[in-house]
Each structure stands twice: as structure tokens, then as C-alpha cells.
Design a protein around this ligand. Sequence first.
Ligand SMILES: [Zn+2]
Ligand SMILES: [Zn+2]
Length: 610
Amino acid sequence: MWRRARGDWLVSGKDLSPEAYEVYRHSASHLMASAIERLHPGVRFAIGPPTQEGEKFGGVGFYYDLDMEHALSPEDLPRIEEEMRKLVAADLPFEREEVARGAAIALFETRGQDYKVEMLREIPDGEPITLYRHGDFVDLCRGPHLARTGEIRSFRLLAVAGAYWRGDETKRMLQRVYGVAFPDEESLETYLRNLEEAEKRDHRKLGKELDLFSIDERFGPGLIFWHPKGARVRNEIERFWYEEHFRNGYDVLYTPHLAKERLWEVSGHMSFYRERMYSPMDIDGTNYIVKPMNCPFHIHVYQSRLRSYRDLPLRWAELGTVYRYEQSGELHGLKRVRGFTQDDAHVFCTPETLAGEIGRVLAFTLHMLRTFGFDAFDVYLSTRPEKSVGSDADWEAATAALRAALEESALPFTVDPGEGVFYGPKIDVKIRDSLGRSWQCSTIQVDFNLPERFDLSYRGGDGAEHRPIMIHRALLGSFERFFGCLVEHYAGAFPVWLAPEQARLLPVSEKENAYALRVGEKLRASGVRAGVDDANETLGNKIRKGREERIPYLLILGGREAAAGTVSVRKRGEGETGVLSVDEFLERIRGEIERRETGLVPREEKRSNR
Ligand SMILES: [Zn+2]
Ligand SMILES: [Zn+2]
């Protein structure tokens, strides 16, 4: 395996077998560790497992946890890289050695590597213990490795972070150094360019720069404050969302944010979802819990009257704000939060209409995502897990219905056997953003469990009581996460229909201020979000500011425009596009808004242009 893997690596460059990845990754992480040891004698190493970093670009990611006095900073990384290059140039062989546990413990004890000693003591008797050496460095490792350090080509160290030994916060805090390695310099460059672009687009950074939202630890980590500009975008998404839901045969519900603990016992959440729910609060001597999900509330509305098969399907949607516990270390900007608004809906239907309803939901999902400029998806169909409720016939019918809907959509999909939720099979749709990163947003889940637990029924055509089936679905997922993805997808340059400020009027001098205010009024009266920059600033500064704020249209108003009743148009990304009368401009921008133009080049076109 080792030999073949090495051959693959060397011959075909980027097309690596999984084994070759492993071998390369391993060898690169040993190389890094040995370089650190040369620079910082006495460093003690813990573990150095693989990461997914760089994989999309044909590279391998790795890190190493270590313990030493000197606190590494980003400035240390180039020095370590330099030392790594020396070891590559020395082209040292990687040597494998099988040893007895006692000998290995003695070796690492003399080298002061007590984390390795601790790990060695835990290796079960009889398991072979192998060491890998190159130069003065020796590590406990299963291997396999490359033959020589000279085979490691292009690498970069990315970051230093803190991590607890064994991931246990009662244990010692170690230093973690992250790196990536590539088969050639070109792939590394491509990866680094992409990384730089991702950093520039980071929604936490842009969120601050563009004044879209904030999170304040003093009020609570993972809780989001939407500022006026972010709220504008969200409101526009919500308006679109409501319109489309009514058009697609949904009704809308509003339900409470909390309910008695008893409700969550009936729903089963108190047993299978407890660790994600917040502690109860006492109201008049009764325990209430803030909702982690909207489902039981929609069920309550279903149960508020007798239902007949003629009433079904019922499609009920809610922008439901839920609260779920996430460990503080897991929180990440808008993408992992503790309170968020789901674009939730539940469809109550008969077994006969289930397949049709799933098809509708999937088509609706794709329509929504495509409107926001997402045109590449990773789709998964998760089937019955070992532990599950519901009859074989139900599972088969529901899985077949999900599969049929996917086939109808012509989207390629992956089957995840046994990865369904215990109460039913599901479809997950991940969106691929403009940097090629995948984000989980939409999910469509069939549920046999809750209708059972709440004893839901409808009167059938035969006059008897029947059990409806529920579909849980979220198209965008959560507003917070989806918005975070949008910010990065567009690099903060929202399309005209979503932009917080769609057009800004820039009077060239004070003399045109009155004209600018009049045009601003007119645009706003016609439903365009227009602002006026009448600050006592040069035109150049006003334009720069407008560009920094990623405003789609900057309209320059000089003496000539004021006299003729026109505006000189500068479009984001296109520059000056001519002088238009105010009405002509209005027609143009309103057309773009109504068509919800994304301004993104569709992926297909991008490809054919190359
Ligand atoms: Zn290794
Ligand atoms: Zn639900």
C-alpha cells in the first residue's frame, strides 16, 4: 500500500488515493514536529491528527498539539517553515522500527515526552508498537510514511491555537499548530488565494465593516443583534419568503416562544433532545421551557379542531425563533448560534399524498435557493437507522417518495444509508457558495413519530380515523446562518433587490443638495431604498465611501444633471454607465428589483467563458 501510494503521489500529482493522502499528511506533520523540536528543544508532543483543510484543492491538512514554555505566535510560523525546508533539503529517510512497549516507554521517558508515555501506557497488550524516525526526531506512529523528507513538496503553516489535552478542559492547555501540504506549488498557491478570499469575505469581519449585525459576550455568546442594515436585508428576505409561501399554498402561523415542560415530555424532546434545551423557568409554580423547535406548537393548532381528509394537506409555515444549547467553543458568528429563526414549516398529509407533497417541497426549496444565486448543491438522502420507529411499509414508502422527488429534480444525490432520524427518512440540501464551500441549509424530513405521540388523526373518506404523516422542512435553514452564507457568497455586495441601500445620491457640491434631496424623495416614494450623501466632502470621498459600503448604484448629481433633471449613473462593478432621466433610472432599478437579479454569473457561463 505504501509503495503504491507513494507512486500515485509522485506520478499523478493531484489525483491521490486516500492512502496516499494519509501517507503524505503524516509525513508532513512529522516534518513540522521535528522542525519545532530543533527550534525549541524540550518541546513535548501530544497528538497530531489529520484535518480536512486544503483537501478540496488536492492538499492535506494536519495539526500537532504540543506543550512548551515559549508561546508560539503567527510570527513563529515562517521560522518553523524555514526549518522544515532545511529538513526537506537534507532528504532524510523515514525509518520504521517495531519495538516492545517497555523499550518505547523508556525511550520517550529519556526524551521527556511524557504525553507519548501516557499514550503508550494505554496501548493494549499485544498490539505492535512502531516508531518512525528521521534525523534526530522520533515519534510514536502507526505509519506508513513517505520514504524520505525530500518527497514533501509544498507546505504552509496556517495558525496557532489553544487546545486542551484530550479535549478535556480540566486538563492542561496545549498549543496547536495547523498546517497544509500540497503536491505542487501551484495547488498551494490556488489554495492560499482561496483562503485569503474567504478571510476577506468572512461574515464576522464584513458584518462589522458593513454594520450588519453584532454579537456581544456581555449580553450572551451566540445571541445575535441585527443592526438596521442587516435587518433591512433580512426583512427583504422575509417579505420574499412570505410571498412565495402564500403562492405555494402555505398558511402562516405565529406561536409562543415557550411552553410548559409537560408539552416537551409528550413530544419526547425531554428525553431525546434534553441536552440541547435550556433549563426550565418557573412561572406561577410551573416549569416552562423556551422552545428548541416549533413542531409541537403546529401540532397543537392541528389538534384544535377535527380534521377531515378533505382538509389535508395542511401546509403551515412559521419564522419560528428557537433556542438551542451549543457549547461555547462551537459558536461561530452567525453560523453556529444559540438563538435563531428557522424558516420552518410542517405539512400534514395523508399517506396517499405524501409523495406529491415531498416533490412540491423539494421544487420549492430549489426555487428559493436559486433565487439567492446558489446554483450548486450537495444533496443527501438519509435512510432508516437501526433504532427507529414506524413500520417497514411506512419507511419504504417515505424513502421511495423522497428518492422519486430527487430523481424528478434531476439533481445528483448521495444516499447515506442508516443516517435518517429515528422518526423518518430525510433529504438534506447543502448549498455550495461562490468559493466552493458547502453549507447545510435545507432539510426535508418525514415524521411518523410525532403524529403517533400526539395521537393525531383525520377522518378518512371511509368514515374511519386515520393517522396523518408530518413533513418537517426548512428551506433556508436558519435566517442567521443563511444570512452569514449570503454575506460571504456575495462578499458583502448584495444584489440590488437585497441591498440595504440600493442607490445613493451624491451631490457634487452644496448647490445640488436640494436637487439630491428631491430625487431621493422620489426614489423612496417609488419603493427604492435611496440615501443622500450631502456631507461637506469631496465627490471623490463620497464615491469611495459608497463603494466601501458596496452600494449598487451611486448617482452623481452635478450642475448639468440638476438643470436637466437627470442622474449620472455609476453601477457597482461596472463603473459609469451613462446619464439617465430620473424616470429612466427608476424604471431600470425597479426592473432589476422585480426580477431579483443576483448580478452573479451563472456557473455554466463561467465555465464556457474559460
Ligand atoms: Zn506518522
Ligand atoms: Zn418540525
